[in-house]
Design a protein around this ligand. Structure first.
Ligand SMILES: Cc1cc2nc3c(=O)[nH]c(=O)nc-3n(C[C@H](O)[C@H](O)[C@H](O)COP(=O)(O)OP(=O)(O)OC[C@H]3O[C@@H](n4cnc5c(N)ncnc54)[C@H](O)[C@@H]3O)c2cc1C
Length: 351
């Protein structure tokens, strides 16, 4: 019988760490096993653990920067993955839903047919809205089949799946990334899905304040306001209420909700989003949410670093505001890097 004598350590139990853990599990050699360590797991609530606070929905971001081109490829693969998952296992908390975008002041990239085709072309039922279909004040609009994710449910679902497939987890805080090589015998590879990295000067938070309400909504709608702010509603599958958002505030470390922000978010949602008429523009508030999107200048860091002979780190952190919609593509990129370095084996059988 083969014995497990090499431990791969995954750092982080957010959407990035869990997505990587599940996909790496499919490529283990018989001699390898995974230990996932993290300060926070899906049953925790902490401002420094972004994943449970996300909306989360799937919304493309057109652009031609190297970061956006790379993300477009990762998002496309996640879309395919979510499509299969939503159809096969609704208990995962991932569900297909109509997505609508209304932009009052569209940036140039939304007016570039090629960039729009690159980032939206893969979406089922995609159509640009004709001027008569646009609400007052809106200059660009689109609709398509999107996906919404009940983020705490999806993370808990992934964690359970990882454990059922033989994964081991430990609540543990690393003081230094080198410590990852000491938490189990024979660790040669650590996968760094820590959100902000370990003291990376390029990492920074983007504060997001949203509200979770009980009111149901029939679509996920994003509206860009002329002043550059955003309004969105994201129904959470499995009767999880609706997220109304939201702010995007780089470098803002304020951990508590601002009451004036809540008022603006709810006032805008009452004006623009199709909540059922019986709600009368009033919201049944479950809670305010404040989260920190773990962003990084230049985008996510996905690369291999050799810290010492026989001690390799695969970095996968800095997902910013798109951790869910990039999650599967990121996991595939990480596994590809590991395969190229001979750290895993090609997938042998479907799990
Ligand atoms: C309000 C809001 C709305 C959002 N909406 C969307 C959306 O609609 N769509 C979308 O795709 N994304 C959305 N996001 C972004 C998304 O939440 C993040 O991109 C994603 O959660 C990042 O996941 P992560 O796993 O990389 O990091 P995190 O979820 O922050 O997880 C980091 C993990 O690393 C662990 N860790 C860190 N340091 C250490 C250490 N030293 N030792 C041990 N463990 C450590 C933590 O405990 C944690 O388990 C939203 C975010 C917010 C805040």
């Amino acid at each position: 019988m083969a014995t497990s004598n090499e431990t791969i350590v995954i750092i982080g139990a957010g959407v990035t760490g869990l997505s990587n853990a599940l996909y790496i599990q499919e490529h283990l050699r018989p001699s390898q096993s995974i230990l996932l360590i993290a300060t926070h797991f899906p049953h925790h609530t902490s401002i420094n653990y972004a994943s449970p606070w996300a909306g989360a929905h799937y919304r493309p971001v057109p652009g031609s920067s190297p970061q956006l081109v790379r993300e477009e490829c990762q998002a496309r693969r996640t879309y395919t993955f979510f499509k299969a998952l939503a159809a096969s296992d609704p208990a995962s908390g991932v569900q297909a839903l109509e997505g609508i975008e209304h932009l009052e002041s569209p940036p140039d990239e939304y007016l570039d047919d090629t960039l729009v085709a690159n980032s939206y072309g893969h979406l089922d039922e995609f159509q640009l809205l004709d001027p008569p279909e646009l609400p007052e004040g809106v200059k660009w609009g689109a609709r398509y089949k999107s996906f919404v994710v009940n983020s705490p449910v999806y993370c808990a679902w992934m964690l359970r799946r990882f454990i059922l497939r033989g994964g081991v987890v430990r609540e543990y805080t690393l003081a230094d990334i080198m410590e990852a090589f000491q938490v189990a015998p024979n660790v040669k590879t650590a996968v760094n899905c820590s959100g902000m990295g370990f003291g990376d000067p390029k990492s920074f938070p983007i504060r997001g304040q949203t509200c979770l309400v009980r009111n149901p909504c029939s679509a996920t709608i994003t509206r860009q306001n002329a002043d550059g702010t955003w309004s969105f509603c994201i129904p959470r599958p499995l009767d999880g209420g609706t997220i109304i958002g939201g702010t995007k505030q780089p470098h803002d470390w304020t951990p508590t909700p601002r009451p004036e922000t809540r008022k603006t978010l709810l006032d805008n949602a009452a004006k623009w989003f199709p909540f059922t008429p019986e709600s009368g523009g009033r919201f049944d508030l479950i809670r305010d949410i404040v989260g920190r999107r773990p962003a990084r200048e230049g985008g996510m860091r996905i690369e291999i670093e050799d810290l010492a002979p026989g001690k390799t780190v695969v970095h996968a952190y800095g997902a910013g505001g798109r951790g869910y919609e990039l999650s599967r593509g990121v996991a595939e990129d990480v596994v590809l890097l590991m395969l190229e370095r001979g750290l895993l084996r090609e997938r042998q059988a479907s799990l």
